[in-house]
Design a protein around this ligand. Structure first.
Ligand code: BEZ
Length: 213
C-alpha cells in the first residue's frame, strides 16, 4: 500500500475487494497483512484502548481464541493508540480478567491504515466513531464486513457464525439462511433455467428449497 497516495483519497472498501497490504508494528512484533494469506482473517478496528466496551470485546475474543483457531482464522486488531498503550492495556486485561490477548494489535497513530481501509472517514479527526470488522478469506478478499458504533460492542458468537457460514458456502454446501448455525440446514442455490421453474412442483420451490445434500 502506498500510504502517501491513499491518505484522504481512497474510497471505502467493499465486499469482494482485495484488502490492500500493509506493514506495521504490533503487540507481537512487525506484521504484514499478506503474511496472513492462506488462512481466514478477522481484521477489526476498535475506537481506543482503555475504554469499557473495547475491553469487554478483547476479553471475549481472547477467551474464544481457540474457536477462531479451530476455523483456521487469525485475528488482528487495529487502533490509533501507541504500541505502549496497547501493551499497558493488555497487561491490565491480564491482571483483571486473567486472560492474555495474544493476537496482534496494530498501532496506527496517523490513522493512515484506518483511512485507507475506510475504518476512519476522510473528514474524521480521530477513530472514536466506529468499530469496523472485515472477514477476509484465504485469498485476501473481503467476504463480509460490519460497522458498529462506539457504544455497542460486537457479538463474538455472531463473528463465529459469520465465519462458519462463509466457510460452509465456500464448500459448496448451499446458501446460509437467516439465523443459520453450524450444522443447520442450508438452502439450495436457485435454478437459472426457466424450464426448471415451470417443472417445479409448486410456485416457490424453484427458488426456495432446503438443501437435502
Ligand atoms: C468503549 O469502548 O467503551 C468506547 C470507546 C470509544 C468511545 C466510547 C466508548
Amino acid at each position: 500500500m502506498d500510504t502517501n497516495t491513499t491518505h484522504h483519497t481512497s474510497p471505502a472498501l467493499r465486499i469482494g475487494d482485495h484488502l490492500p497490504d500493509f506493514e506495521a508494528r504490533s503487540t507481537v512484533g512487525p506484521v504484514r497483512l499478506s503474511d496472513f494469506r492462506g488462512r481466514w482473517l478477522v481484521l477489526f478496528s476498535h475506537p481506543a484502548d482503555f475504554t469499557p466496551v473495547c475491553t469487554t470485546e478483547f476479553v471475549e475474543l481472547a477467551r474464544n481464541a481457540g474457536e477462531f483457531e479451530r476455523r483456521d482464522c487469525a485475528l488482528m486488531a487495529i487502533s490509533i493508540d501507541s504500541l505502549f498503550s496497547h501493551f499497558a492495556w493488555l497487561r491490565m486485561i491480564r491482571d483483571r480478567f486473567d486472560i492474555e490477548v495474544r493476537f496482534p494489535i496494530v498501532e496506527d497513530p496517523t490513522m493512515v491504515i484506518g483511512r485507507a481501509f475506510g475504518m476512519v472517514g476522510p473528514q474524521d479527526h480521530d477513530s472514536a466513531a466506529v468499530r469496523t470488522t472485515f472477514f477476509v478469506d484465504p485469498d485476501g478478499v473481503i467476504r463480509a464486513m460490519t460497522s458498529y458504533p462506539a457504544n455497542v460492542g460486537r457479538s463474538i458468537p455472531e463473528m463465529l457464525r459469520t465465519l462458519d457460514a462463509l466457510q460452509a458456502v465456500d464448500r459448496g454446501e448451499g446458501l446460509a439462511p437467516a439465523n443459520w448455525q453450524q450444522g443447520g440446514t442450508l438452502l439450495k442455490v436457485p435454478t437459472t433455467s426457466l424450464d426448471d421453474v415451470f417443472a417445479a412442483k409448486d410456485g416457490t420451490s424453484w427458488f426456495l428449497q432446503e438443501n437435502s445434500k
